[in-house]
Design a protein around this ligand. Structure first.
Ligand code: GAP
Length: 510
C-alpha cells in the first residue's frame, strides 16, 4: 500500500492520527488510539522479552526524559547532533538537505561535507520541492534538540532527551553499584526521544517525538563472552560498507561465523547482530528476504560509533529499504565523555582486579517506525478482504467475541468473555452489523481469533450446547469446541517469544 492509503486505513481503525487534528495537525506529532496504544505496548513488550532474554545480566530501567545541559554538552549532542539545512533562495523555505537531494542520492548524504552538498545541489540543478527554483543557501548545521528553561529563573537549561541511551549511561555507576558489580551489564530503557526534525514526514518514520527501545551493554573490552555457537551458522543478509564502496549493492548471505573469521567483526558484535536479525524474522515475522543488515562506513556512521549496521526492511509504502533499528559499537566514547563532563571516575574494578572503563554495545529500535513497518509488511489485501497478519501475540485484540444475535446470545457471549478475561486474555465484544462485517473489521485490525456464539451454543437440547466456533484469521478455518477448551487453545499463541536457552548468556540464577 502507498503511505496515504495505509495511513488512512490506520486512522479509520483507530490506530493513530495526527496530534491536534482539529487545528490542522501538528507536524511530526501523532496520537495513538486504543488499538495503536495496545499494539505499541505489545511491540515494546515483545522487544523486552527477546532482548532482555539474551542474558540474565540485562535489566530494564525507566530514566528521565529531561536532561541537564551538562549532559548533552558532554555527550556531544550540543555540538554534533545536527542535520544540514538548506534554504531556497527564491521562496525562503528551509529543508533538510537529504530530502532535497533524495533523487540524486537515494542512500542519503551521511558523511558529506557542506561544500560537497552544495556542489551536488548545483551540479544536478536540484529544484526546490516547494517553488521549483534551483538555487539554495550554503548548507548549515541545524541542532535537532528541543531546549527548555528549567525552574522559575530560566537560568537552568535543560533538553528533551534526543536519544534514550543517555539515561542508561547516566545510570551506569548506580546500576553497577546496586547490581552484581560485574560486567557485562545491560541497561535497557523504553522511553520517548525528542528531535526537532527539520522535515518530519512519512508519518511514523520521521517524527518529532517518538519512542525508542534501547539496550546499552557495558562490557570489558578484553572479554565479552557470548554463546556464539548458537548463532554461528545463521545466514545474515549483510551489505558490507567496503563492498558498497567497490560498487556492490546486493545483499550477501554470509554466516555469522564467516563475519567473524573472514569479516573482521568481533564475536560479541555479530552475536547481537544475529539476535537482532532473528528478532525481525522470528518474532516480528518479516520474510527473511525483506530484511538487510546495512553497514555504515566510517564517514557515514553516527559520530559516537566504531561499528554500525542499520537493520533495514523493504517497505512498499516508502519505496525501498528503510532503517528500523541498528546495532552500534560505541566503544568507550560515552563513559569517557561523561567522566570528563561530570568529573566523576566512571571506571570499574573487574573481577580479576583490573580498573577499566567499560565499552558499550548499543541495540537500538524505533518503536513507532517498527509499528509502521509491521503495518506495511503485514496489512494488505488477501483476495476479497483486507487482513493485518500480525503475529497473534502482537495483535491489539487477541480475541473477538461475536454473538450471532445481539439479544438471544448476549448472556452466553458474556460468559465466554468472562472465561477469557479471567485467564488474562484481553477480548473485545462486537455485536454491531452482520457477522461478515464483524469478521472484516477484526481482520483489518489483526485480531487472530474470533469466537461466534450461535443458536446451538445456547440450546440445551442441541448436542453442540455449550460449544462455540473459533475462527482463525489467516486461514479462515473454523472449529467447534467447548468453552472450557478455549483458553488452552488460544493462550499459547499469545506468549512473547524468548531466545532459546542455548542463546542465553550471563550469570544465571544466584
Ligand atoms: N541511541 C542511538 C540512536 O538514537 P538513531 O539511529 O538516531 O540512534 C535509533 O535512532 C532508532 O530510532 C532508529 O533506527 C529509528 O528506528 C528511530 N528513530 C530515529 N529518529 C526517528 C524519528 N525522527 N522518528 C521516528 N523514529 C526515529
Amino acid at each position: 500500500m502507498k503511505t496515504d492509503e495505509l495511513f488512512a486505513l490506520l486512522r479509520r481503525r483507530g490506530v493513530l492520527w495526527p496530534s491536534a487534528e482539529i487545528y490542522g495537525g501538528a507536524t511530526g506529532l501523532y496520537d495513538y488510539g486504543p488499538a495503536g496504544r495496545l499494539l505499541k505496548r505489545k511491540i515494546e513488550d515483545a522487544w523486552a522479552s527477546w532482548f532482555l532474554g539474551l542474558s540474565d545480566d540485562y535489566h530494564q530501567i525507566l530514566a528521565s526524559e529531561i536532561l541537564p545541559e551538562a549532559v548533552v554538552r558532554a555527550s556531544g549532542h550540543l555540538e554534533n547532533f545536527t542535520d544540514p539545512e538548506v534554504t531556497c533562495d527564491a521562496c525562503k523555505t528551509e529543508f533538510r538537505a537529504d530530502t532535497v537531494l533524495e533523487k540524486v542520492r537515494p542512500d542519503g548524504i551521511d558523511g558529506l561535507s557542506a561544500p560537497e552538498i552544495a556542489e551536488l545541489l548545483k551540479t544536478h540543478k536540484v529544484p526546490c520541492p516547494k517553488c521549483g527554483a534551483s538555487t539554495f543557501s550554503v548548507p548549515k548545521p541545524f541542532n535537532m534538540m528541543f531546549g527548555l528553561d528549567l525552574g522559575v529563573t530560566g537560568r537552568e537549561r535543560g533538553y528533551l532527551a534526543p536519544e534514550t541511551a543517555q539515561g542508561s549511561f547516566l545510570s551506569f555507576p548506580r546500576m553497577f553499584e546496586v547490581g552484581r558489580k560485574a560486567l557485562p551489564l545491560g541497561i535497557a530503557a523504553v522511553a520517548k526521544a525528542y528531535r526537532n526534525e527539520i522535515a518530519p514526514r512519512q508519518v511514523l518514520f520521521r517524527m518529532r517525538a517518538f519512542t525508542q527501545a534501547e539496550l546499552q551493554i557495558f562490557f570489558d573490552p578484553t572479554s565479552f563472552p557470548v554463546p556464539f555457537d548458537s548463532v554461528a551458522a545463521e545466514q545474515l543478509p549483510v551489505v558490507r560498507a567496503d563492498r558498497r564502496a567497490a560498487g556492490e549493492e546486493a545483499v550477501v548471505g554470509t554466516t555469522a561465523r564467516e563475519l567473524v573469521d573472514a569479516g573482521g567483526l568481533p564475536e560479541f558484535y555479530v552475536f547481537h547482530l544475529a539476535q537482532s536479525f532473528r528478532f525481525y524474522r522470528d518474532v516480528l515475522g518479516y520474510p527473511a528476504g525483506s530484511i538487510r543488515l546495512f553497514e555504515k562506513s566510517a564517514a557515514e556512521r553516527a559520530f559516537y560509533n566504531r561499528i554500525q549496521f542499520d537493520i533495514e526492511a523493504r517497505l512498499e509504502s516508502l519505496g525501498g529499504f528503510r532503517e528500523l533499528g541498528a546495532v552500534h559499537y560505541r566503544g568507550d566514547y560515552d563513559l569517557t565523555r561523561h567522566a570528563e563532563g561530570s568529573g566523576k571516575d566512571l571506571s570499574v574494578l573487574t573481577e580479576d582486579g583490573r580498573r577499566i572503563l567499560p565499552h558499550v554495545l548499543e541495540l537500538t529500535f524505533g518503536v513507532d517506525r517498527n509499528l509502521w513497518g509491521l503495518a506495511d509488511a503485514a496489512l494488505g489485501r488477501d483476495g476479497e478482504r483486507t487482513v493485518w497478519k500480525l503475529p497473534p501475540f502482537l495483535a491489539p485484540y487477541p480475541v473477538a467475541v461475536l454473538p450471532l444475535l445481539k439479544k438471544e446470545h448476549a448472556a452466553a457471549a458474556r460468559a465466554v468473555l468472562e472465561v477469557l478475561r479471567s485467564a488474562g486474555i484481553a477480548a473485545v465484544f462486537d455485536t454491531s452489523g452482520s457477522i461478515g462485517r464483524r469478521y472484516a473489521r477484526q481482520d483489518e485490525i489483526g485480531t487472530p481469533f474470533s469466537i461466534t456464539i450461535d443458536g446451538e451454543t445456547v440450546d440445551p437440547q442441541h448436542p453442540n450446547h455449550g460449544t462455540v466456533t473459533l475462527r482463525e484469521r489467516d486461514s479462515k478455518s473454523q472449529e467447534r469446541l467447548p468453552t472450557d477448551r478455549l483458553v488452552g487453545r488460544i493462550a499459547p499463541a499469545l506468549l512473547f517469544p524468548r531466545p532459546p536457552p542455548a542463546a542465553v548468556a550471563g550469570s544465571g540464577p544466584a
